[in-house]
Design a protein around this ligand. Sequence first.
Ligand SMILES: Cc1cc2nc3c(=O)[nH]c(=O)nc-3n(C[C@H](O)[C@H](O)[C@H](O)COP(=O)(O)OP(=O)(O)OC[C@H]3O[C@@H](n4cnc5c(N)ncnc54)[C@H](O)[C@@H]3O)c2cc1C
Length: 512
Amino acid sequence: MDLQTDILIVGAGPTGLALACQLIRYGVRFVIVDTKDSTTPFSRAIGVQARTLEIYDQIGLADELISLGHRAEKVKFLKDGVVRGEADLSELGVGLSPFPYVLLVEQGLHEKLLYQYIRDNDCDVLWQHEMVSFVDGDDVTAEVRKPDGSTLSIRAKYLVGCDGAKSRVRRDLGLTFEGDTVERLFYVADVELNWPHGHDALQINLGEDNLTAFFPLKGEDRWRLVGTFPEGHKKDEGDILYDEIERQIEHDMGSKLDITKVNWFSVYNVHSRAVNAFSKGRCFVAGDAAHIHTPAGAQGMNTGIQDGYNLAWKLALALKGKADGALLATYNEERLRNAQALLKTTDRVFEFAASDEWLVSVVRNNVFPYVFGTALKFDIVKNEIFSIVSQIGISYSGLKLSSGTDGFAVEPGERMPWFEADGKSIYSSLTSPAFHLLLFGADSEVCSGLRQAMRSKWQDDIEIQEHPLQEAVKKAFGCESPFLVLLRPDNYIGYLSDDLSAEKLNEYLARY
Ligand SMILES: Cc1cc2nc3c(=O)[nH]c(=O)nc-3n(C[C@H](O)[C@H](O)[C@H](O)COP(=O)(O)OP(=O)(O)OC[C@H]3O[C@@H](n4cnc5c(N)ncnc54)[C@H](O)[C@@H]3O)c2cc1C
């Protein structure tokens, strides 16, 4: 055996790189291989959601990523090249997340930042190394082709396939990838453009049966254009030249565009597919290897990053011998349900955005641009939209790891709600890679009893914090009397109860 490790990560796209960062956080050994010779040079996924920034904030990467990007603070709707309506996005998630917006930053820069974090922690990616086969037994043995053509044998306790939409790991595990291919061809282009309607807003042109989006990128006059060719367009992806994209956009806009430079363009088919299972034996899939969908809502990359975030702490506990297969099985349970729900949402949004059905197109083009801005002024609409798009609303409620008593404004399985108390973000005390037991409003006798009970059973695995029952806490949890919250290491609520005895808590923890 040439190399032995705990985790073999196949693929160093955003999913694999972000998973590696999490494993570093938990002190887990890994080897990560990728066929490419470096991080992607392309801008690909530019929408970074609040939940991703919350995750990065725990390892000190959020501010740096934000400095590389541009906040989407406004959206303008155009028809025939004329602005018909606009909506303010700057306040969208205020009070819900420390990052109440969508960040626009190029995937290439994003990946570089993750890679730098890996290097700063004395790890590296084996670039130009292709995983060609693997065998799953008492551990996993993989054959990896090196740049000189020779083979490297790697033995790992677990393997995670972050190897993208055409995943070999998925295929060799025999997992299915059911779903559809969207009939239309998509195009994307990064350009420099003299644009008459300002560089401060995401702009969406609504055509009769088509939609073109203009995303402002950091830097003067830099834009990302995304759209589709109409149904029935006969050419294949590789046969389309940039001029054809520009002609299509000008046709949909009904006016000429002043594009001065084209930095990158790509034409691609979009699929909406998910695996039937996220794991098999000692192997797992994550990111595009497990789910792909339309670009509606900028969800793909962010979902892959959260797959890894969900899996990392479970692998870390299993490797330390502190949890068994039942905990690892919850990765499939939680992330499969999430992926299936996501596919439905992105399909529905895409249907609305690109449908040529008469009624849908009338509502989209003639009603939506005028009412959307007004609708966003209502907290209920704003909060609902932000929760879905930003991914802070992802919930594992009703699933095996979520337990507790009823009557709170949040449910076990939801992410720890964000609030500030005394001007301090609650998240600033939740950065360590551990379970957190938060005791809100409990008196000192109860707290010391719980501390003792937890320490004797779980030693240092659980960090215990005592917090007063401040107004912000009462509002976030909808609870006026003392209660406790056990947060999983990924800051989702595992157990939530107003029963402050150690007995039920121990029962919950002992399950896994
Ligand atoms: C134009 C465009 C715009 C997008 N916009 C957004 C957006 O705004 N927001 C968003 O969230 N998502 C967006 N997406 C989707 C996003 O780019 C993907 O979801 C994301 O790149 C998936 O990351 P990944 O790491 O799972 O897979 P990939 O990025 O595909 O990475 C997989 C890696 O695995 C490597 N690999 C494959 N096979 C092997 C092997 N056998 N051995 C070793 N290495 C291997 C590949 O070289 C590759 O580097 C967009 C996609 C496109 C194309």
